[in-house]
Structure formats: C-alpha cells, structure tokens
Design a protein around this ligand. Structure first.
Ligand code: AMP
Ligand code: GLY
Length: 425
C-alpha cells in the first residue's frame, strides 16, 4: 500500500518511522515533509491547507491511506475533502475535529455529558467577559476558543491581569479569529499528563501515557511553546488514575461525540490534570501530540497501519494495542529565541550518529535540505528520543544523544523528565 502523510514536523516524522515499519506499506509520501522525513519518504511540495492539490495528488498516486497529522487541516475539513475524492483517510472529519477546534464546544460537550473538567463560562463579547470577571475568584484561566498553536491560554493571577487578557484575546485579537469567543475557566492545580488514543467512532483504545514540558525555560519558566520535551510513561498515571479515566472520561467522550452526530475517527489526545479531586480534562486535541508522538510511537509494538485501518473501518474492537514495557524520553533541540523570534538556515552536524540505531532517534521538526546540507528551518529543529529499560536510563541516553548534534544557537531545556525524580518509583 502507498501512504501519504500530511504535515512536516517531528510528529509526522515519528508517524512516518512507525508507518515504515508496517509490513503493509510499500511507499510513503509526505506533504510537505522535511529533511528527516525525506530519508524514508518522498516529500512533495504541497502545503497542508492545499486541500484540492492534496486530493489530486493522492488520487493520481493511488494512495491507499492518507494520515493527517496536523490540527489546522483537520479542523478545516481536509478529511471531508479527501473522502469526497474517494480516498481512505485516518483523521476526524470537520464536524468531529471541532473537539479541538473550539474550546467552547468541547467545554459544553463535557458539561452536557458530565465529563470531569474545570468549571467555566463561555463569552461572545468582551463586555460580558469583563462583567463576569468582576466577581470571579482568582486565579482564572482565559482561553481563546479556536486554534492558537497552543498559545491562546492565559493564566491570570489578578483581576487586573484578567482584564488585560480579555483585551489581548478579544479586542486586540492577538490570536486572530480564535479569540472571537472566550472560555473563562477555573484554575486547577496538579500534574499534567497526556493520554493519546485511537478511536473508530465507537471504540477507543488508549496508548501509553506521556508528559510534556510546555514552557521554554528550565524549571518551567518562560513562555509557552509547542513542547520542549516529553517522556513516557508517566509515573503519575497510576492504575487508579487509569480506572477513573476509563470510567468517566475516555469512552464517555467517544459516546458523547457519537450522540451529537459527530462520530470521531482518528486520534483523541486527552490533556489531563491530575487534581486532588481526581483527573480533569484540560483540553482535547484531535491528533497526535507533538512531541508526545515522539515518545509514544517508538514504544508501540502494534502495526500502526493495521490500527489506523481498523479505525477507518470501525473494527477497532478487534484490535489489541500493545506497547513495549520500556520507557522513552525526547529532548527538543530548538533554535535560540524560540518561541518568539529565531534564525533559520544554520547547518546541522552530527546527524550521522543516528544512522542504523533503533534505540535512539533523531526526529526532524524544522529542517530542510539546502545546497546538499541539512539546515535548520524552524523554531523546534529536532526531537532527540532515546528508549531505555526505565525512564532514568532513557533520559541519560537522550541527553547523551542530544550532545551529538550541533548547530548555531542550539537551545534545549536541561531538565526534561525532572518529574521522574519526584515520583516515588
Ligand atoms: P490547553 O491548551 O487548554 O491545554 O492549555 C495550555 C496549558 O495551560 C495547559 O497545558 C496547562 O498547563 C494550562 N492550563 C490550561 N487550563 C488550565 C486550568 N484550568 N488550570 C490550570 N492550568 C491550565
Ligand atoms: N505537545 C502538546 C500538543 O501537541 O498539543
């Protein structure tokens, strides 16, 4: 079978590596891909929002499976366009991708179906939001309704900050149309854990847990980023937590979407906060996390293409998902200045160390080929993942491997996986 992957970041590289292991796959294409993906797939210069061009390409190449990795095309309806062209697509249709595309929708869904989440109110005008904030207790969390690269969330400790936040999101429109509506949410405290799952509209199979590090600086300081590093499994995701989530969150979400006439086929990413009162859903994503995929997928034993086809055909109940009993840590190498402003085009050296290894991976996020060299081409440049028998071993190996690679202004956090030491394991 020929497979087309839509996207071009570290997540798509991790997906491509998993797809390449499938015995069902003869060729992989990726649009637009990057320099790392190009080592195992044919990259084609079609943008992820060029829906008609993607459909035409997939038909011409007789693609048997299209995998949509990114949120923007999913929320924009790429799956619907490809399906209308007769293609088989892994990823939710537009009416289901709204689970990620609108935080107001997802909050209302959770409320209606009694899925545990932070208390909240939705607002369509800044006046109404400001009036509400006069009596709300602080801290409070403001969320732009739509997609904002993970940056549309403001945690406000004072009323003054909250008023300014409403202005930033709804009046100055810092996150564009994503800020047309606003969710004002109760501030929760606890450990954050990510759980990804395969869903076929009816059945859900969860993957092993992971934890991300969203802030740019060591000690969780600095601005929010797309994610600076991950590890899997999370030592805080205990049997008890899993039981709770199975009972009140996972199947309940899938059933709620089906009951709303929006059956969800693809990946649901549950962003969970483990509070004193039990797990709460912070957010849903309609795709693999980036860089969660870079630690979860290398641990997956099951054939990813078989699982995805089972999702498309509504027979996920026949599939057992199997993961290795090991651990993985991913350290993101970014370009200095990320997430604000950073240079591009710096040559990268040391990549050859990863050739032929199956215990360490160098997933490319923002890279490209230029004059026969691989150069940086984004804020997050590479994700260095190591597998190990346990989290500490994997972490030591990931940092060792991260030292093999150099490029100008290379930047990374030095404390990825610090929570590992805080867990009683
Ligand atoms: P989200 O995009 O909704 O996951 O929010 C981004 C980040 O903001 C999360 O990963 C949390 O660290 C933080 N966050 C979101 N909602 C809350 C909340 N209700 N209480 C505390 N922190 C939150
Ligand atoms: N790493 C968080 C996300 O992919 O949204």
């Amino acid at each position: 079978m020929k497979v087309l992957i839509v996207g071009g970041g570290g997540r798509e590289h991790a997906i491509a590596v998993s797809v390449a292991k499938s015995r069902k796959v003869e060729k992989i294409y990726c649009a637009p891909g990057n320099a790392g993906i190009a080592q195992i797939a044919e990259c084609v210069p079609i943008g992820v929002m060029e829906f008609d061009a993607l459909a035409a390409f997939a038909r011409e190449k007789e693609i048997g499976l299209v995998i949509v990795g990114m949120d923007d095309p999913l929320v924009g309806g790429l799956t619907d366009v490809l399906e209308a062209a007769g293609l088989r697509v892994f990823g939710p249709r537009k009416n289901a991708a709204i689970l990620e595309g609108s935080k107001a929708f997802s909050k209302d869904l959770m409320k209606k179906y009694k899925i545990p989440t932070a208390a909240y109110e939705n607002f369509d005008t800044p006046q109404a939001a400001l009036a509400y904030l006069e009596t709300a207790s602080m801290p409070v969390v403001l969320k732009a309704d739509g997609l904002a690269l993970g940056k549309g969330v403001l945690i406000c400790h004072t009323r003054e900050e909250a008023r300014a936040g409403v202005k930033t999101i709804m009046e100055e429109k810092q996150f564009g149309d994503a800020g047309n509506r606003l969710v004002v949410e109760e501030f929760l405290t606890g450990r954050e854990v990510s759980v990804l799952s395969f869903v076929d509209g009816r059945t859900i199979r969860t993957m092993t847990s992971a934890q991300d590090h969203k802030r740019a600086g060591d000690g969780d300081t600095g601005l929010n980023t797309g994610g600076m590093g991950t590890f899997s499994p999370s030592p805080f995701y205990t049997r008890e937590v899993d039981d709770f989530c199975r009972k009140y969150i996972y199947q309940a979400t899938v059933d709620a979407m089906a009951a709303e006439g929006r059956p969800f086929q693809g990946i649901i990413f549950f962003g969970l906060m483990l509070t004193e009162n039990g797990p709460r859903v912070l957010e849903y994503n309609a795709r693999f996390g980036d860089p969660e995929a870079q630690v979860v997928l290398p641990r997956m034993k099951s054939d990813i293409v078989e699982v995805m086809e089972a999702c498309i055909d509504g027979r996920l109940d026949e599939i057992e998902l199997v993961f290795e009993e090991n651990a993985a840590v991913c350290v993101v190498l970014a370009s200095g200045g990320y997430p604000v402003s950073y240079g591009k085009g710096f040559p990268i050296s040391g990549l050859e160390h990863f050739n032929g290894r199956d215990d360490v991976f160098c997933f490319h996020a923002g890279t490209k080929q230029q004059d026969g060299k691989i150069v940086t081409n984004g804020g997050r440049v590479l994700g260095i993942t190591a597998l190990g028998s346990d989290l500490r071993t994997a972490r030591a190996q990931a940092y060792e491997a991260a030292s093999w690679v150099s490029f100008e202004k290379k930047y990374m956090r030095h404390d990825i996986g610090k929570a590992i030491d805080e867990a009683e394991v």
